[in-house]
Write a protein that binds this ligand. Structure first.
Ligand SMILES: [Zn+2]
Length: 265
């Protein structure tokens, strides 16, 4: 399946990472995220700090509408979605793994001023969790993507629990908020996965409708982003191109990015 292959091949991020990965992330000299500075000031500062080739490709979106909650399944399994059922003119940006910590990601998120959901793999981010803390201050919400990115399908309850609960526990320790959403590595899962996700205190798990790589958005259905679509990208060496491709695909479809967590009861 092409879609699965495109999904989380970015463990390859470890091999395609920049030649000189810096162990400690240097925050760009923009507004201090912890202050109560208006988002517009942060946005303007980030736009000014970006090279024009990036700045000029960032679209402006109308505000997202008031969210409506999905209905989660009754019983002992978490919900499973590749699209949020809605007629609202919205789409969801999700960014996975965390191996490649691109120096422009913070500025790009600040300049776009849109919500994102980061499904982080603990092993990919543990060398520099602060990098993602900064992204949190720019509208990102950090969610669970296991500790070591295994294929979960067919694995025992205990194995899956160790990876899924363990990931949520570690991210809670790093960031002070326990994840409520989960993405299985590669999207691969079974009924046990959804039971474990719920038992680990999370509400829903997610696949996707579009993937992104090398600055190109790949569609599974049709040729445009549809309302409620969940779009997958990764922290890869071409993060700016991928992020800008996603933003412009959403904009071209007449949609605006919304916060996935706001749609889950
Ligand atoms: Zn992944």
């Amino acid at each position: 399946m092409l879609a699965v292959a495109a999904g989380c091949s970015a463990a390859g991020g470890s091999s395609s990472a920049p030649a000189s990965p810096s162990p400690s992330y240097e925050a760009p000299p923009v507004t201090t995220p912890s202050t109560a500075a208006p988002a517009t000031d942060t946005r303007q500062a980030a736009l000014a700090a970006l090279p024009p080739a990036l700045r000029n490709r960032i679209p402006q979106f109308p505000p997202a509408p008031a969210p409506t909650k999905v209905t989660l399944p009754a019983g002992n399994a978490a919900g499973w979605f590749s699209r949020v059922p809605t007629d609202q003119k919205i789409a969801f940006i999700t960014i996975d793994d965390g191996w490649v910590k691109h120096p422009q990601a913070l500025r790009l998120l600040q300049a776009a001023n849109v919500p994102t959901t980061l499904f982080l793999e603990v092993n990919a981010i543990k060398d520099n969790p602060a990098y993602f803390k900064a992204l949190e201050s720019a509208g990102a919400t950090i969610e669970d993507h296991t500790i070591s990115h295994p294929n979960l399908k067919g694995k025992s309850y205990a194995f899956q629990k160790s990876e899924i609960c363990g990931g949520a526990d570690r991210l809670a320790a790093y960031y002070g908020r326990r994840p409520v959403l989960f993405r299985p590595p590669g999207g691969t899962h079974d009924a046990t996965t959804l039971r474990v996700v719920k038992d680990c205190g999370m509400k829903a798990a997610f696949y996707w409708k579009e993937t992104t790589d090398h600055g190109v958005v790949f569609y599974q259905e049709g040729k445009t982003v549809k309302p409620g679509d969940i779009i997958l990208m990764h922290f890869r060496p071409r993060f700016p191109d991928d992020f800008l491709a996603v933003l412009n695909a959403i904009h071209k479809a007449g949609l605006t990015p919304a916060r996935l967590e706001d749609y889950i009861p």
